[in-house]
Design a protein around this ligand. Structure first.
Ligand SMILES: [Zn+2]
Length: 293
């Protein structure tokens, strides 16, 4: 196929792609609605197989927190969100020992959260907000949809796509050579959709959805203090005032609940344990995590 016809096909698909994220997403229908509609060259089983391969690579190269108390807690919190989401395949949550402030989602439901992001949160609802946002990417299959979109557009044929990035890994040239990994951002449209889905899942699971705003504001203040500190995912789509205002509107549309969960003593114990095991200060970002313009 020549380049002109590729572009024509791409142009024909674009309006559909643009609309893909705009369908009404009634929070009362969570779990029985399809949020992953849109162009996708990958079947779900292909996506899961790809995710598994990538997970193996990530685990080779990143330090996964294997403390049973912490990982069991984060998994349990995550599975509660999964039960209150639209995702149609199993999802796993793991923590990377890193003072970066990031999280990313591999295709097929492999979600990784920096320990630094957990440290930044100040209650369970904020941690759940970060995890629910990633779950939104998984449920809507943004990784493979973005890869499909890029392939169609001829922007790149790399089958691997990270939402966000792996802190510390991007800086290592060797790692990049070993792994044909694309540290590509995702479209703003998908990011916006993950914000919406995330806050809906947070609400559905019984948490205070305002925690999503609190988390963005905490990130914003770190970014102001230490520009470049918020790594890849939020660097390409930073929690701007506009993004926060949009999230506020998403929250206002949610049906009211009489009470919300904001925090648990278990969260406090786990967070304290993280600081005990990995005492590196939030004020000391790892080398290579800063942006040099
Ligand atoms: Zn995102």
């Amino acid at each position: 196929m020549n380049k002109a016809s590729t572009l024509l096909i791409a142009a024909a698909f674009l309006p559909a792609l643009a609309l893909a994220g705009n369908s009404t997403k009634d929070p009362d229908d969570i779990g029985s609605r399809r949020v992953d509609k849109g162009l996708n060259f990958y079947t779900i089983s292909q996506e899961m197989a790809l995710g598994k391969q990538l997970e193996i690579e990530v685990e080779k190269q990143a330090k996964i927190v294997d403390d049973p108390v912490i990982s069991e807690y984060v998994s349990r919190l995550g599975q509660n969100l999964v039960r209150n989401s639209d995702v149609v395949f199993p999802v796993r949550f793991k923590i990377i020992e890193s003072d970066g402030i990031d999280a990313f989602t591999l295709p097929g439901g492999y979600i990784f959260i920096d320990s630094g992001l957990i440290k930044l949160t100040s209650n369970e609802a904020e941690l759940a907000a970060a995890m629910a946002h990633e779950l939104g990417h998984a449920a809507a299959r943004h990784a493979t949809r973005e890869a499909s979109r890029r392939r169609l557009m001829g922007i790149g044929t790399l089958p691997l796509l990270f939402l966000g990035g792996l802190p510390g890994l991007a800086a290592k040239g060797a790692a990049a050579a070993v792994m044909p990994m694309a540290f590509l951002g995702i479209s703003r449209e998908f990011e916006t959709e993950a914000d919406l889905l995330g806050v809906q899942y947070l609400w559905k699971a019984g948490y205070d959805p305002d925690a999503g705003i609190d988390l963005f504001e905490a990130m914003q203040s770190v970014e102001r203090r230490e520009p470049g500190r918020i790594s890849t995912l939020f660097r390409s789509h930073p929690p701007t005032s506009e993004r926060i205002a949009k999230e506020q509107k998403n929250i206002e549309k949610l049906p009211a609940r009489s009470s919300y969960v904001l925090n648990t003593s278990e969260y406090e114990e786990v967070r304290a344990r993280l600081y005990d095991l990995f005492p590196q200060s939030l004020e000391a970002p790892p080398s290579g995590s800063r942006v040099h313009d």
